[in-house]
Design a protein around this ligand. Structure first.
Ligand SMILES: [Zn+2]
Length: 399
């Protein structure tokens, strides 16, 4: 990247970094089991609730226990189970229709990132009935109190239970956009491992490394705070110690709980400290070829970290220490190599491929431009790269 653009990117990022202490970031309060939800609703004088989920989650019975306890305790429960992999404006409108029709007072987003994002988007429209979702896209446009929102992640994960964003797709143009504002942070996150127990091993692996990517990208970036550094290190430690266990044995509830905790911590870290080029490259690939987000990040991650080189050795050493791979006495370059090696090893053990099939060589210049546009100047990455420099990652992961 040329020097003028570098100065521009760094100045832009510094502005946002200086603003961090003045922004109303907050972490959702954690509930440890679905059984805690009825008492919370009573405390908040809520008796009419909209549960937002997807049909497959409901069909396999994951929401059954919650539906039963809420009904038994006398709550009036309405269920919207039409969430798709990429929630659309129309789906948000359908769910909002139910919320209003049944006079609901609170939202429960139950599922992966899509269900939680959809519940958050419904909250946005309830708070701002005067606007469309498209009018609220971008940063800090909502500006109004959303209804009580409880997030129940069933993957560990996207971190959507802690973030300021909801990602929505326009039904007609297929344009994907994010609404980002502080009222979108759910008030509560329910980290109950029981709902992640039946998650297939492949999704457990992809979403687990996605959480690891959030923690690493937040940590190596230039907009960290003491708190986000601590959250990232804890998340990395938990993932290195638990991901393989849950991949091998989905019923290991202690390890499942640790993964949910890691996903939450990593989500809290990146909502303040951002992600980086791994996400920009993975989003470009995912958008073009309709690939699963977590697994794509997992494949891309080692290549990008390698390319940052010595600029991130100190951070990689801290991550290696957190993961238990070495101690503070270890030489920096050696510790960084240990971390990269352990990362590739972890990917291999949980079935993440080193290459992505189906990437067309002729698409790469356009993909690199898309990635550069997403990341620059917003992401405070450790080493700046323009579209020309980002091309290498697409060539490297191409089968
Ligand atoms: Zn991600």
């Amino acid at each position: 990247m040329n020097i003028i653009n570098q100065i521009y990117c760094r100045a832009y990022q510094t502005g946002f970094r200086i603003a961090i202490p003045f922004l109303p970031y907050r972490n959702p309060e954690i509930l440890h089991a679905l059984d805690d939800i009825p008492d919370l609703l009573k405390e908040r004088s809520v008796n009419r609730v909209l549960l937002v989920t997807d049909r497959s989650i409901r069909t396999i019975g994951l929401t059954k226990h919650l539906e039963e306890i809420l009904t038994e305790e006398g709550f009036f429960l309405t269920v919207y189970d039409g969430v798709a992999a990429n929630p659309t404006v129309q789906q948000v409108e359908e769910a909002r229709g139910l919320y209003i029709e049944h006079d609901c007072q609170a939202l429960i987003g139950f599922g992966g990132g899509s269900s939680m994002d959809l519940a958050k988007a419904v909250g946005v429209l309830i708070a701002r009935p005067d606007k469309t979702l498209a009018q609220l896209k971008g940063v800090l446009k909502v500006h109004a109190k959303t209804p009580l929102t409880i997030a129940v992640p069933t993957t560990a994960g996207t971190g959507s239970e802690t973030t300021v964003a909801a990602v929505i797709v326009d039904d007609e143009t297929r344009h994907k956009y994010a609404i980002m504002d502080f009222p979108l942070i759910p008030e509560y996150a329910v980290l109950d491992p029981v709902v992640t127990r039946t998650l297939p091993a492949g999704i457990t692996a992809g979403t687990g490394i996605d959480a690891l990517t959030h923690a690493i990208e937040a940590y190596i970036g230039r907009s960290t705070t003491k708190q986000t550094r601590r959250e990232s290190l804890r998340a990395v430690r938990l993932i290195f110690h638990n991901l393989e266990k849950v991949y091998q044995n989905g019923n290991d509830l202690k390890a499942r709980r640790n993964m949910l905790r890691a996903s939450y911590l990593a989500g809290s870290a990146f909502t303040v400290s951002y992600v980086g080029y791994v996400h920009a490259v993975a989003h470009a690939l995912g958008g073009q070829y309709n690939l699963p987000h977590g697994q794509t990040c997992a494949t891309v991650l080692p290549y990008v970290l390698e390319a940052y080189g010595a600029a991130i050795y100190p951070q990689l050493k801290a991550l290696a220490v957190a993961a238990g791979l070495c101690d503070l006495e270890t030489d920096e370059a050696q510790a960084a190599q240990l971390f990269l090696h352990a990362l590739r090893d972890l990917n291999r053990k949980v079935g993440i491929p080193e290459k992505i099939p189906g990437i067309r060589r002729e698409d790469i210049p356009m993909l690199a431009k898309t990635a550069a546009k997403e990341a620059n100047p917003s992401y405070p990455v450790p080493v700046l790269m323009d579209a020309r420099e980002l091309k290498r990652f697409f060539y490297e992961v191409m089968e």
